[in-house]
Design a protein around this ligand. Sequence first.
Ligand SMILES: *[C@@H]1O[C@H](CO)[C@@H](O)[C@H](O)[C@H]1NC(C)=O
Length: 354
Amino acid sequence: MTDTKLRTSRMHLLFILPLVLEVQSISMNHNFTCDCSCHMELKSANCTNSNFSRLPIALPPFTEQLDLSHNNLSAIQPRAFQTTRRLRVLFLNDNAIYMLADGAFYLLEDLLRLDLSRNRISSLSEGFSQGLSSLRDLSLAENRLTSLNSSCFVHLDSLQRLNLSNNAIETIKMRAFGSMSTLRQIHLAWNNITVLKNGIFSMLRNLEILNLHHNRIDSLDVGVLSPLTSLALLDLTNNSLSTIQFKTFLSLNTYSTHIMLENNPLKRDCDLQRVLRKLCNVKRLFLDDYNEICPNLDELDPCIGEMVTVLVITVTVVITVVAAIVMAEKKRGKRNKEKHWTEASELSCASQLN
Ligand SMILES: *[C@@H]1O[C@H](CO)[C@@H](O)[C@H](O)[C@H]1NC(C)=O
């Protein structure tokens, strides 16, 4: 009884074994077409520096990391990656891409990171991000974007980091970042932004880093920062701010925020000093390089200057008034004397006449 059981299980093994071996041999033989240098175990394909000017390129369907950087790609057609749907990381940086078709990345539902930096992208359609619902990290740095409209990023429900540095962005439309409540970092350095209007950062309650250095920002709407309840770093260095308003920064309802303001043409007058002093007293706000913003703040106190001016004017007025009173008093005394004299002489004349 037990013997037959044993024998049947051995038989089963004999049937299964060749199957197992065959499966193994397929993966060992690398029975896949691959136009690049493909690494089966790492599930990666390295196609960098290969003069590719168009897709598709034959790749194993289980590829998870695809490096297509430093090629001559110029356009990404709809569903360009439909044979490699398991992609998690895709490098398309350093190409000549100027066109991203609607649905270019459609079906890449596992994609976490997409690098499109150093291309020639000048506009983003609503459809470009279709299907990128898992994407966490997107770089569009060093492209030719001039504006961000309200539908640029609508499909990016999981995005955490967005790099838009080194473009020519002048305008950010209301709700451009509208649907991205998961966003933690926005890098907008080296653009041409001049104003930050109310509403452009609404919904970004998880944003921790807002990088805006090297723009031309000369005004911030008073309420523009108020939705950013998690903001830890606000970099506004190298902009065109000449004044700052206390309320704008006070509205940052955060636990702790570093605000960087160096290299702005701030008018170092009494008003600025008052705002800075008040801001320094707000415990949750940290003005980085406070001394840089207003050097010799303590030595060269413009408020003292103002007080001295007021004092000088007051003293001058008082002296003038006192002098006037004294003069008037003197004049009156003189007149009284004269009157006295005339009265006396009149009297003497009269007595002489009598
Ligand atoms: C954003 O892109 C620029 C390239 O223009 C790079 O220098 C910078 O380090 C990137 N920032 C992050 C946080 O990746």
